[in-house]
Design a protein around this ligand. Structure first.
Ligand code: NAP
Ligand code: SF4
Length: 666
């Protein structure tokens, strides 16, 4: 049997789960709809895909504990029917599902939010109100009421959210708990709220209801928990009646990335292993685990009892089924980009997945077998063209994919060169392998001619983009970002024109020496100041970034902060990385000329030379439409997708989604 540890059953209190894979808690944005059907379909598909246990996104035990006004809750009997539809769908598909009870405390984006002490969080505009002693009691009773309703709604258990800096976590540390009553002061008092939350649920629901407690292993904030405190809490949580400890890494306000793609894989598993060695309760490892091989290794080493993966189940609902069938190579990889999931959530949009546009849209985007198989010619083997080929071939169409270059992948092949974006290798590998498996006829180093296109029933043009050239004096002296990322020699001082996603990526590439910290855990920990909570409370130490490999100046014409348009949940990481490497960031720049000595600019009317040995242009893109224009002129009807359709704000998410949506409709 493949993955003998990962796929072996485990008993947690009243439940025996068929394997050790947990689909971790993730808000999808479908929880707030009036119609439960889309959320039920989303979870049902994951249950059918074989995951051992699903944990829902955070469900609030009361209105002021919700992550934002109107966010999903279970604090009225009227909410139960919605949840019952979800649990029925999961059970009908052979799955198990626990509901996460999430009280956000001072992280609630809610006027009138509450917390142990009135200390505003740096990531919320709302200062919390300090609870009275009796009110703390009442909040904890709301946890119990939510758990009772969860059982009525058919859930197999609850997860009590005690990590990530949410309400219960806020009691644990002096950073946010300045109380002097029974809920504050010495650690025995500070841990009373989380322990009581569990104990009261256990008392109210009896022994036969699964309780998971999510414990913070490393807070990554000043004055966070010590390791001794983590262990003390784990023991008390066991005594209070929990069956299993899920693990949490870092508070949301931490200035250390914990799940971004640049975080090395399995970066925090050593802490789960340390907790497991205490032999208190079964331990679930989490964060940056995205393949069955990695998960199996962790279990085989005895570092954890179960593995929680959240985003990988957006990327592929059949993660477990494919692993069990010996088809792990077919699992669509989560590249930890956050672009279509967390960035959407934080923008108030439903979560989906860059790699899998069906995620969260199971009812509206279907890849049904084609009634009449067609011959489909696709021109361009970048993200849009490849995804169109995969979906069209999945549906039974006969697909020819023409690529002028010598390999598939397009812009994804540039992204994978950027330090911290190594996961793109896996994405290119997966799409290429799927195209081969599905029998797509790939024509590399081939420019499709009109006869090729005329033979097809449908023609898809996905010829992508070209880096924008600039119309300023000396522009021909500069390199494009594509040339740089393909390995063109670059001097010691570099001026980068354009500070969008690619300008930041190129700057990162230029300041990083040969070895990417994302591939070396100790190096990455040093760069970000991640220590050991057994030595420093909270696990924070002084960051020691390597010296920059080059002196880089990054420029944009807009005024205002550079990187404003970067991902909501990852932009701060990119900015912090470049700041740590001493990258000079200039806004409000007017480019006058590129000379042998660098770039002549004006800023606020003052002329200045940015001395540089190399100038790199990252000033966006223009569509490559020559094939489309020729085909249209010859009277052909074509579908144009990806960068060829619209270059502005093109990213892999849009390209892939557009390719999939078109191919689903042909
Ligand atoms: P972009 O984000 O549109 O940025 C283009 C940059 O070039 C801007 O800084 C713009 O700033 C500048 N620019 C535009 N026209 C110019 C001109 N004529 N002369 C001089 N400067 C000019 O495009 P991109 O950086 O090429 O990225 C392409 C897409 O990929 C974007 O949608 C981006 O979000 C996405 N991407 C995302 C990530 C990620 O990590 N999520 C990473 C890479 C790329 P000014 O106009 O102010 O000068
Ligand atoms: Fe993973 Fe990116 Fe998909 Fe989110 S959008 S699930 S991070 S691949």
């Amino acid at each position: 049997m493949p993955y003998p540890n990962l796929l072996s059953p485990i008993t947690l209190g009243p439940l025996t789960l068929k394997n050790r894979v947990v689909m971790g808690s993730m808000h999808t944005g479908l929880e707030e709809g009036h119609d439960p059907a889309p959320l039920a379909a989303f979870y049902a598909q994951r249950a059918a895909g074989g995951v051992g246990l699903i944990v829902t996104g955070g469900i609030a035990p009361n209105a002021h504990g919700a992550v934002y006004t109107g966010a999903a809750g279970l604090f009225s009997d009227a909410h139960i029917a919605f949840h019952r539809t979800v649990t029925d769908a999961v059970h009908q598909n052979g799955g198990r599902i626990a509901m996460q009870i999430l009280h956000a405390g001072r992280y609630a984006y809610v006027q009138g939010c509450v917390a142990p002490s009135p200390i505003k969080s740096p990531i919320s505009p709302f200062a919390p109100r300090e609870l009275t002693s009796d009110e703390v009691d009442a909040e904890l009773n709301d946890f119990t009421a939510a758990a009772l309703r969860a059982r009525q709604a058919g859930y197999d258990g609850v997860e009590v959210m005690g990590s990530e800096g949410y309400f219960l976590n806020q009691f644990l540390v002096t950073h946010t708990n300045k109380r002097s009553d029974a809920w504050g002061g010495p650690y025995a008092n500070r841990m009373r709220a989380p322990v009581q939350a569990v104990a009261r649920i256990r008392a109210a629901l009896g022994p036969d209801f699964l309780i998971i407690y999510r414990i913070s292993l490393i807070d990554l904030i000043p004055n966070g928990s010590t390791w001794d405190e983590v262990v003390t809490l784990a023991r008390a949580i066991k005594d209070a009646g929990a069956h299993v400890l899920n693990t949490g890494i870092g508070w949301h306000e931490a200035r250390v990335p914990t799940i971004a793609t640049s975080v090395p894989r399995a970066a925090f598993v050593h802490l789960a292993a340390r907790l497991k060695a205490e032999n208190i309760l079964p331990v679930i490892a989490t964060n940056r685990i995205n393949t069955p091989d990695l998960a199996e290794d962790i279990l085989a080493r005895g570092d954890a009892d179960m593995i929680s993966m959240a985003r990988p189940f957006l990327a592929d609902a059949d993660f477990v089924a494919k692993a069990a069938a010996g088809q792990a190579a077919q699992i669509a990889p989560c590249i930890a980009c956050n672009q279509a999931c967390l960035d959407h959530t934080f923008s108030g949009k439903p979560a989906t997945c860059l790699v899998n546009p069906r995620a969260g849209r199971e009812l509206s985007l279907r890849y049904t077998p084609a009634a009449t198989p067609k011959r489909i010619a696709i021109v361009g083997g970048g993200a849009a063209g490849m995804m169109a080929a995969i979906v069209a071939a999945t549906r039974g169409h006969r697909v020819d994919l023409y690529e002028a270059g010598s390999e598939l992948g397009g812009q994804l092949n540039l992204a994978k060169q950027v330090p911290g974006k190594e996961e793109f290798h896996g994405l290119v590998h997966w799409v290429t392998a799927e195209i081969a498996r599905l029998g797509v006829a790939v024509h590399l180093s081939t420019r499709a001619d009109l006869d090729d296109l005329r033979r097809a029933d449908e023609v898809i043009i996905a010829t992508g983009i070209a880096p924008r050239r600039l119309d300023i004096e000396g522009a021909d002296r500069a390199l494009t970002y594509a040339e740089v990322l393909r390995g063109a020699p670059v001097g010691a001082r570099v001026a980068v024109i354009g500070a969008g996603g690619i300008g930041f990526d190129v700057a990162e590439y230029l300041v990083t020496a040969a070895h990417s910290p994302s591939r070396d855990l100790a190096h990455w920990q040093r760069e970000w100041g991640v220590g050991d909570p057994a030595v420093q409370a909270g696990g924070l130490i002084l960051p020691q970034p390597d010296a920059a490999a080059r002196k880089v100046t990054l420029m944009q014409r807009k005024t205002g902060k550079l990187g404003r348009g970067l991902g909501k949940t990852t932009g701060w990481i990119h900015r912090a990385q470049l700041q740590a490497k001493g990258v000079e960031m200039l806004a409000g720049v007017e480019y006058r000329a590129i000379t042998q000595r660098g770039v002549l600019i004006a800023q606020g009317g003052v002329q200045r030379l940015i001395e540089a040995d190399t100038v790199v242009i990252c000033a966006g893109q223009t569509s490559q439409r020559d094939v489309a224009d020729r085909a249209i002129a010859a009277g052909l009807t074509v579908h144009i997708i990806g960068g060829a359709d619209r270059a502005a704000e093109l990213d892999a998410q849009r390209a892939i989604a557009q390719g999939a949506e078109l191919a689903a409709a042909l």
